[in-house]
Ligand binder design. Structure first.
Ligand code: FES
Ligand code: FES
Length: 208
């Protein structure tokens, strides 16, 4: 029975002395451009300038965040929450459920509370956004922040910025001031640590 010739004999020299490097050199692609791959290579920037990355399909958005005008190019699918956290590094606003169920992402849009995970960034052209970073500072806390500290109204703290943003917005909403009415008005903000009684006490102190 004849023996089958092996497909590859390591003792033999290669048919073509071709390396990956020689192929790239032959077709004139530099190592950097090759690394960019699949059409992402861009025109070379001017000397001393970083290349501007443009997301495919991105659109310009100009809005005011914590009193500062910001202009971003954002993918139309970007939520306000991701624009704040990922693009502006305002990570005080938390992502809990990302589905409008927990309130951790609450910010103010033109003074009204909004779940930032349920709102597309591009819907906010020209709007004034306030995040917890824009309420007060460690040296000068907003009265609601000070009340939360005074009443120990948090444990892990993950829900706290959303609780505070909701509580501050509540002051401009037509709601009653009884315990039950405050609880109802704050019911979109979940605290899995169960700090509700302390949160209620803090809100009542700040509203007094
Ligand atoms: Fe937006 Fe939970 S992260 S409601
Ligand atoms: Fe932990 Fe509210 S303090 S979730």
């Amino acid at each position: 029975m004849p023996t089958r010739k092996p497909d590859f004999d390591p003792a033999q020299p290669p048919l073509l002395p071709v390396s990956r490097r020689s192929v790239l050199q032959a077709i004139g692609i530099s190592g950097t451009a090759a690394a960019l791959g699949n059409g992402l290579a861009q025109a070379a920037p001017a000397p001393g300038q970083a290349p501007a990355y443009q997301e495919p399909g991105a659109q310009a958005l100009t809005f005011t965040v914590n009193g500062q005008q910001q202009t971003l190019n954002v993918d139309p699918r970007t939520t306000l929450l991701d624009a704040l956290r990922e693009r502006l590094q305002l990570t005080g606003t938390k992502k809990g459920c990302d589905h409008g169920q927990c309130g951790a992402c609450t910010v103010h849009v033109n003074g009204r509370r909004v779940n930032a995970c349920l709102s597309l960034a591009l819907m906010h052209e020209g709007d004034a956004i306030t995040t917890v970073e824009g309420l007060g500072s460690p040296e000068q806390l907003h009265p609601m922040q000070a009340a939360f500290v005074e009443h120990d109204a948090y444990q892990c703290g993950y829900c706290t910025s959303g609780q505070i943003m909701s509580a501050v917005a509540l002051a401009n909403e037509p709601h009653g001031r009884s315990d039950g009415e405050i609880k109802e008005a704050m019911s979109g903000n979940i605290c899995r640590c169960g700090a509700y009684s302390h949160i209620l006490a803090a809100i009542k102190t700040a509203q007094a």
